[in-house]
Design a protein around this ligand. Structure first.
Ligand SMILES: O=P(O)(O)OC[C@H]1O[C@H](O)[C@H](O)[C@@H](O)[C@@H]1O
Length: 533
């Protein structure tokens, strides 16, 4: 069944190679309506993807044949779909604002979810109003989250995205084990007014533990034993947070059924909640919940995450494009590409199917991007005229948060729409010749065009909309993972480097044994040792 659909898709792809994107609009005046999908004020336009109605129908048929709906329902029901770690996948329960029961092994997880959310809200409110004070009784002015990967990227991205809503203590983030990171963050802070949140699902991650120890020593240097009152933790490993000396009432837990890169909706979101307040944080959850409901209820052919996933599969597997660019025309989404790199590439950068056999087709693409308009003045050259076709995913709000700067926003929107139009239209040699005096220059001014893009528009980047955007991308990754028959919820690929780093550390410190390494690694160890000041 699926083979037949793939064959039909391959034929559709060959046709698309021969056809101009513009011709699809010529043949269908209603194309925008047919090739876009809405959820409230949010609209995803995919009419500038080189796909026609039969190809779209074949993709939807593929989603049906691969069991996207059944697997989606199994995820929401709490089945152990993360088979290699034997875990359920229930980040959706963290934002289940309907509070309907969600069972794992027959037990409803919602009371626990609500309890942590309630404790987070009380703690965040206490920090914000000063009733939970620093050791000298004054309010905290700064919060430093120490975490990495899923315990960092989500809160960093969301804190920046929701900056207009931030009225609490200032949030800072330390992730890199490079001492430069914690050094530069602490340089401007007063230990007497700083709260640290040590966020680590496992509470073993070497970067986070190293940074946490350094932070503790820094705080203790001026506060002595009172430094303990400047620490909180977010983890699933409550024994380890206790061993680190963090009081149990300052520990916010989550569960093994929440993957790190899917964890911003729960305790990992604590620094965001402290910055913007519990109400805004709940709006963020409500937005994600609205997208969850849409994903569960809308027919596949009108389902935003399903369609975005199918477009991803079309570009990756049918058209053979190796990467995709995420281009938010929204400065406050400038950390979204980095966030999506973990979400997408750690989830779908896999080479074996669920049963361990090699995949038979390309899986997750390379995801990258920067906000527009900055990207236009940097890498868009390659997107327009380079030799790879890079599908672009634009996003832009109808309104900024700065009503006095409306002209800026109009320019932003004009640039966003101009880019997708230029990518689609291109400019042929005849048109290029008209723009130059010297005909030898004309080929340099040719734009191949026919370059696909999607555009997501929304009223305003508020907490509810941010929740919808992130949940949209989470489910898109899920849909693609189901079609590729891979496990989107494990991350074995990050292990080998960690093991080797542990083994290399004694050699970096000057220990014997470099000769047991390959020639390059031994040579680099020697070169770095020789340069050591
Ligand atoms: O939250 P932690 O247990 O400290 O993990 C932090 C990160 O490190 C791991 O190596 C994984 O690649 C990520 O998925 C995870 O988010």
């Amino acid at each position: 069944m699926a083979d037949r659909i793939w064959e039909a898709l391959a034929r559709a792809g060959a046709q698309a190679e021969e056809r101009s994107l513009m011709s699809l609009f010529d043949g269908d005046p209603d194309r925008f309506r047919g090739f876009s999908v809405s959820l409230g004020d949010m609209l995803l336009d995919f009419s500038k993807v080189n796909i026609d109605a039969p190809a779209l129908a074949a993709l939807v048929e593929l989603a049906e044949a691969r069991g996207v709906a059944t697997k989606r329902d199994a995820m929401f029901r709490g089945e152990r779909i993360n088979v290699t770690e034997d875990r359920a996948v229930l980040h959706t329960a963290l934002r289940n604002r309907a509070n309907t029961p969600v069972l794992v092994d027959g037990e409803d997880v919602m009371p626990g979810v609500n309890e942590v959310l309630g404790r987070m809200s009380a703690f965040a409110s206490g920090i914000r109003d000063g009733s939970i004070a620093a050791s000298d009784g004054r309010p905290f002015t700064d919060v430093v989250n120490i975490g990495i990967g899923g315990s960092d990227l989500g809160p960093v991205m969301a804190t920046l995205a929701l900056a207009p809503y931030a009225d609490g203590p200032k949030a800072h983030y330390v992730s890199n084990v490079d001492g430069a990171h914690i050094h530069d963050v602490l340089a401007d802070l007063d230990p007497a007014r700083t709260l640290f949140i040590v966020a680590s699902k496992t509470f073993t991650t070497i970067e986070t533990m190293t940074n946490a120890k350094t932070a503790k020593a820094w705080a203790a240097e001026s506060l002595g034993a009172a430094a303990d009152r400047h620490f909180a933790a977010v983890s699933t490993a409550l024994d380890k947070t206790a061993a680190f000396g963090i009081e149990p009432e300052r520990v916010f837990g989550f569960w093994d059924w929440v993957g790190g890169r899917y964890s911003v909706w729960g305790a990992v979101g604590l620094p965001v909640m402290i910055a913007v307040g519990p109400e805004n944080f709940l709006d963020f959850l409500a937005g994600a919940h609205a997208m969850d409901r849409h994903f569960q209820e809308a027919p596949l052919a009108r389902n935003m995450p399903v369609l975005l996933g199918l477009i991803g599969v079309w570009h990756r597997d049918v058209m053979g494009y190796p990467s995709r660019a995420v281009l938010p025309y929204d400065q406050r989404l400038s950390r979204l590409p980095a966030y999506l790199q973990q979400l997408d590439m750690e989830s779908n950068g896999k080479g074996v199917t669920l049963d361990g056999s090699p995949v038979s087709q390309p899986t997750g693409p390379i995801v990258w991007g920067e906000p527009g308009t900055n990207g236009q003045h940097a890498f868009y050259q390659l997107i327009h005229q380079g030799t790879n076709v890079i599908p672009c995913e634009f996003m832009v709000a109808s309104n900024g948060h700065e009503p006095d700067l409306r002209e800026h926003h109009e320019l932003l929107i004009a640039n966003c729409l101009a880019q997708s139009e230029a990518l689609m239209r291109g400019r042929d040699l005849a048109a290029a010749e008209k723009t130059v005096k010297d005909p030898a220059l004309a080929p340099h001014k040719v734009f191949p065009g026919n370059r696909p893009s999607t555009t997501l528009v929304y009223a305003k980047l508020d907490p509810y909309t941010l929740g919808r955007i992130i949940a949209l991308y989470e489910h898109r990754v899920f849909v693609e993972g189901v079609i590729w028959d891979i496990n989107s919820f494990d991350q074995w690929g990050v292990e080998l480097g960690k093991e080797l780093a542990t083994a290399l550390l004694p050699l970096v410190k000057g220990g014997e044994g470099a000769e047991s390494k390959d020639g390059s690694t031994a040579g680099l160890l020697g070169a770095l040792a020789a340069l050591r000041a």
